[in-house]
Design a protein around this ligand. Structure first.
Ligand SMILES: *Cc1c(COP(=O)(O)O)cnc(C)c1O
Length: 422
């Protein structure tokens, strides 16, 4: 199946007389024929469902769909994108370990990595997305367990050279984790470029309608965890009667371990109803992504012609610093988010935003409706000036998330914003 069809049909295959639409299994528990059957499923949790703190049939169908869209072997949904980032790192790193992250990643992820994980004894080493091969190699320490970056970064809109980062991560014997939230598998499938683990905030384009917060982790099934760097994968798990993930679950050791250890213990699993809504969003993902790209390119070109705008950052725009990388990794278009820098800094940025009528001022992005956000006073408020600069953000910057309204209406609204700036 082509990806448009996968969006509709993967994950749920109703049989004779069953519901056409994937049902909501609103149940915390599952029943078994005998005590032995319960024992068997504890011995091998992949046999059937156990408990909805870490698995559920509705969510399972969505997981299968997303795994197929990304070209992975298995996936696990989480109750937020933050939970997906957290689990993807904790599945590889313990206290005393380090990992590398690209400095332009989402501000919430920077906080999680630089502050909260530090308190747990895990060090995050930040590198520029433009690091040369040698700079990247030099960032590694003997205890470095993975590399983390975003396909198209939120909101800096840097495009990561995934193939190059994957090559060096693999040279060092560690996996590359890619946050593919902004690109979605419609525009880029990082596994095809060598990425090993994919994560998403499904709250954004995947859901698309701003109705539920969620996340997902996808396992490519390709990384060799038996290379000596990951004893937690190759030695018996004492918390799970001696399971050896690379041996007993060789098809998808990353996801099985993440579910059996971390989801079991943390319980940040989505509700079935949320997964049902996520599935509805996924059904139209391919169609929506094409339109977001088309609208955003037109809006970016319009911004580019305006005197009151100092800078337009959109990797799909010719002349953008990341245009060539965007052409390589997201050939269909560079997604729906544009960053602009308004002349006159913070003050004018706020005037522009407050004059918009169609576009709403939201702490959200990648919504079906056009929305705007001022990162320096919202999502990135906690960052220091140095961190803001490293994340590529300045006071006049606005994150402009193109929705699916008619693009002429979006541009009319932008004109109102521009008029408000003196
Ligand atoms: C929003 C976002 C996150 C965090 O996801 P939540 O669902 O809000 O927890 C992570 N990465 C990126 C790129 C995001 O845009």
């Amino acid at each position: 199946m082509k990806i448009e069809s996968q969006c509709l049909h993967e994950g749920y295959d109703p049989q004779n007389g069953e519901p056409r639409v994937m049902p909501i299994y609103q149940s915390t528990t599952y029943v078994y024929d005998s005590t032995k059957a319960v024992g068997d499923v504890f011995d091998d949790p992949t046999l059937s469902m156990i408990y909805s703190r870490f698995e559920n049939p509705t969510t399972d169908a969505v997981e299968k769909k997303i795994a197929a869209l990304e070209g992975g072997v298995a996936a696990m949904c989480t109750s937020s994108g933050q939970a997906a980032s957290l689990i993807s790192i904790l599945n590889l790193c313990s206290a005393g370990d380090s990992f590398i992250a690209v400095s332009t990643i989402y501000g919430g992820t920077v906080n999680l990595f630089a502050v909260t994980l530090k308190r747990l004894g895990i060090e995050c080493i930040f590198v520029s997305p433009d690091s040369s091969d040698d700079e990247l190699r030099k960032a590694f320490k003997p205890n470095t367990k993975c590399v983390f970056g975003e396909t198209i970064a939120n909101p800096a809109l840097t495009v990561l050279d995934i193939e190059r980062f994957a090559k060096i991560a693999h040279e060092k014997g560690v996996p590359l984790i890619i946050d593919n939230t902004f690109a979605t598998p419609i525009l880029c499938r990082p596994i095809e470029w060598g990425a090993d683990i994919i994560i998403h905030s499904t709250s954004k384009y995947m859901d698309g309608h701003a109705v539920q917060v969620g996340g997902v982790i996808v396992d490519s099934g390709k990384f060799d965890f038996t290379n000596g760097n990951f004893p937690d994968f190759t030695e018996p798990d004492e918390s799970y009667h001696g399971v050896v993930y690379t041996k007993d679950y060789a098809f998808a050791p990353f996801i099985v371990k993440a579910r059996m250890q971390l989801m079991r213990d943390f319980g940040c699993y989505p509700a079935a109803n949320s997964s049902f809504l996520l599935n509805l969003g996924l059904e139209t993902l391919a169609l929506r992504m094409k339109q977001y790209c088309e609208n955003a390119l037109k809006v970016a070109k319009f911004f580019k012609e305006q005197d009151k705008i100092e800078e337009v950052i959109y990797p799909g725009l010719e002349g953008d610093k990341y245009y060539e990388l965007a052409k390589k990794y997201t050939p269909m278009g560079a997604s729906g988010v544009i960053s602009i820098v308004v002349k006159g800094g913070r003050e004018n940025a706020i005037k522009f935003m407050d004059a918009l009528e169609l576009a709403s001022n939201e702490v959200h992005v990648a919504d079906i409706r056009t929305c705007v956000l001022h990162p320096a006073s919202a999502t990135h408020r906690q960052l220091t000036d140095e961190q803001l600069a490293a994340a590529g953000i300045n006071g006049g910057m606005i994150r402009f998330s193109c929705g699916l309204e008619n693009v002429d209406d979006i541009i009319e609204d932008i004109k109102k914003g521009l008029k408000a700036i003196d």
